[in-house]
Ligand binder design. Structure first.
Ligand code: ZN
Ligand code: ZN
Length: 349
């Protein structure tokens, strides 16, 4: 009986153990965060398995590492950079509409404070007294200025647009153009692209650039690891068949992942160059303001070069919003291409 008592933990013991685990890793107590934690752990393990097989079984790679340590160092740097980029992207904010609203409120509140401080201040015992309406300031800081936000957002749509059309029924906020409610995050996201299950977050205005770099790094790592696997198989075929079988299975998984990553990279590069999102491309007919725009016209595009520059460098804030182009601009974009347009690179500038 004593033996059984020692081997099988009592419910109290297991509860105490789980409580201790939750104290050390609080993310494990929340089912949603637990699944994200498991996903991230699985991704790290997957990377380590693929890299470890090269180090353990490839004698040629180990010999090469001794003679050319820089080669292995660059490869390991790419592995680390890819993992860091993954965590960097998954932990970054995609740019939520509610946060943009708060940011706008904070800016307005600071402007109001500076305006009040510019007004003639009353003097008391030689010290300057600045009067600030505390209630109003608090209201602005908490983001409860829906009228100003509504006006700001509705000015981005053509005149006469109904507020109700663009009010999210879940968040109860007015969505700027290109925003969409994500049911996984349960929030409206600026320039919503898609909800990435692999990263456990939405891809939107705030992290699309990081996402693109992550795909690029993952693709490069996949290609390099694949080349190392092929080199190993060429050098040691028929010597250790069990290892070879494992290597062939891993290489097959790598090849499938590489095809997927290359297609994803090409697709997102196309989206960046044309300043579109996956949602706008796939669900074009569902977006009210996109329905009247011809298929081949990209309303938010400012030319391929400008789009690339804006995507990589020019974004000052993740809460910056793009208004819908006016009727004249849309008409110019809809005009058919002429020989002169091709020569002058209309699509680029
Ligand atoms: Zn929403
Ligand atoms: Zn989401």
């Amino acid at each position: 009986m004593t033996m059984i008592g020692c081997c099988i933990p009592s419910p109290d013991t297991s509860d105490r153990f789980s409580d201790r685990c939750f104290n050390i890793f609080p993310c494990l107590s929340d089912p949603a965060r637990r699944s994200t934690f498991c996903l991230r752990l699985a991704l790290v393990m997957l990377h380590l398995i693929f890299v470890a097989f090269i180090f353990i079984f490839d004698q040629h790679f180990r010999d090469q590492s001794k003679h050319q340590p820089w080669y292995t160092l660059i490869y390991m740097l790419l592995v680390v950079a890819t993992l860091v980029q993954y965590f960097f992207t998954s932990g970054s904010s995609p740019g939520y509409v509610l946060d943009a609203m708060r940011d706008f409120a904070r800016t307005e509140a600071s402007l109001r404070v500076s305006e009040v401080s510019k007004q003639p201040a009353s003097s008391k015992n030689g010290s300057v007294v600045v009067t600030i309406d505390r209630n109003q300031s608090g209201e602005y800081l908490s983001g409860n200025n829906p009228m100003n936000w509504t006006k700001l957002v509705m000015d981005m749509y053509p005149p006469g647009t109904s507020v109700r059309t663009y009010t999210c029924s879940y968040c109860n906020v007015v969505q700027p153009p290109r925003a969409k409610h994500c049911h996984d995050c349960d929030r409206c996201v600026l320039q919503f692209d898609h909800h990435c299950v692999w990263l456990g977050t939405c891809i939107g205005q705030g992290n699309h650039c990081r996402f693109w770099w992550y795909i690029l790094e993952e693709t490069a790592l996949c290609i390099w690891t694949g080349i190392l696997y092929i080199k190993y198989l060429q050098a040691s075929f028929d010597k250790a068949w069990l290892v070879d079988v494992i290597m062939i299975v891993l290489l097959s998984i790598l090849s499938i992942a590489l095809i997927f990553l290359l297609l994803l990279l090409l697709f997102h590069t196309y989206l960046v160059v044309t300043n579109q999102t996956t949602y706008e491309l796939v669900r074009r007919r569902r977006i009210p303001y996109m329905r009247s725009i011809p298929e081949r016209v990209y309303p938010f595009s400012k030319g391929a070069c400008r789009n690339l520059y804006n995507f990589c460098f020019a974004r000052t804030s993740i809460y910056a919003m793009e208004p819908l182009p006016g009727a004249i601009e849309l008409e110019q974009k809809s005009a058919p291409y002429t020989c002169f347009d091709v020569i002058s690179c209309r699509c680029c500038c």
